[in-house]
Design a binder for this molecule. Sequence first.
Ligand SMILES: [Zn+2]
Ligand SMILES: [Zn+2]
Ligand SMILES: [Zn+2]
Length: 397
Amino acid sequence: MEIITKQSPLGANNVSPAPPPLPGPSTNCRRKGLFMNNGTAIRGNSCVSTATRDLWDNLFNGGYRADVTIKTDNGGIIYAHANVLGMASPVLRGMLKQAKGFGQKRSISIHGVPQDAVRVFIRFLYSSCYEKEEMKEFFAPLLVLSHAYVVPQLKLICEQQLEHGLLTLENVVDIFQLSLLCDAPRLSLISHRMILRNFKAISATEGWKAMKKSHPALEKEIVETVIEEENMQKEKIRKSNERKIYLQLCEAMEALVHICRDGCRTIGPHDKDFKKNQIPCNYGACKGIELLVRHFAGCKLKVPGGCIHCKRMWQLLKLHSRLCADSNSCKVPLCRTFKEKIRKQRKKDEIKWKILVKKILRAKRTREAHRSLCPQIPSLHEKQSGLLVPDSLVNLI
Ligand SMILES: [Zn+2]
Ligand SMILES: [Zn+2]
Ligand SMILES: [Zn+2]
């Protein structure tokens, strides 16, 4: 049989077989159902022709002058060549050195995984090839074999195949444990994340139940992490909601100053004539504050505690006066009066107000920083049009 190996790295007179092709850039390396490395055809220069790989596959399948027998589970035997095994795996090389045999023939054993998985593993040592279906069926034993016999190319393929589709809710607990045993940190991380993300579904699987029995400490650790993550998530939501409230208050304060200073839509400025043809207002919270101001002006009850809207208005006015830098020139009603009162206020009450003012100012600074990075960010009130002064204000003060 004439074999054309144009790109063979060996000279024609070299009698020793070329080592199995290493994973790397290759073209023409894909046949129907045949995959190289990560299961895809790789672009670039071909390092090994299809014919070369066929040769290596045929050498394994045909067992031509095989000098090693590999004993597997259930009495199975696979024939192989010591040269190839020894070149492809340092562990197999060591085993072959110590192996007992008759004449040139030697015998080693690979137990604990299905015979077909061992066959796929040994074939890979010859040609770096595997069938997609076989990988689907034997990814777990192949991961173990590639780790135990130090075949990093195959280990990487197993990890990639799992990462890109073979990892499922059903097998992820087993794979997580395997990845820890096989020292595959990326796979550990990916499967751990998958478990955390789908904890409810995964904790009902057989794999989880089995792990609970065999590795209770690991199960406990995962459960604790899940609880920790949930708490962190809750805290994040709580903080984000809190930030929103302070930002709403901050925008309400700005709108209040704007209405009293410039006038807007239906309310004229404090000391000037009201102009109907004003340019559109830029203050998101303006509409809500304007309704509140109009209500406040007309409400018969108008006492703190007498009407919920008026109560809010009082609180907004008080809050403004605490935030206001220059009460003397301020147009907001009662700004100066409240400033005077603050001086006489009890200390305990004042602390509450100070904390609120601090939080609003912090929310404002955060918003300014965000806006400088992304000027398109709309205000909270623009996003939630029609939103009035937050109810939360009543609860905060
Ligand atoms: Zn306005
Ligand atoms: Zn009222
Ligand atoms: Zn003021």
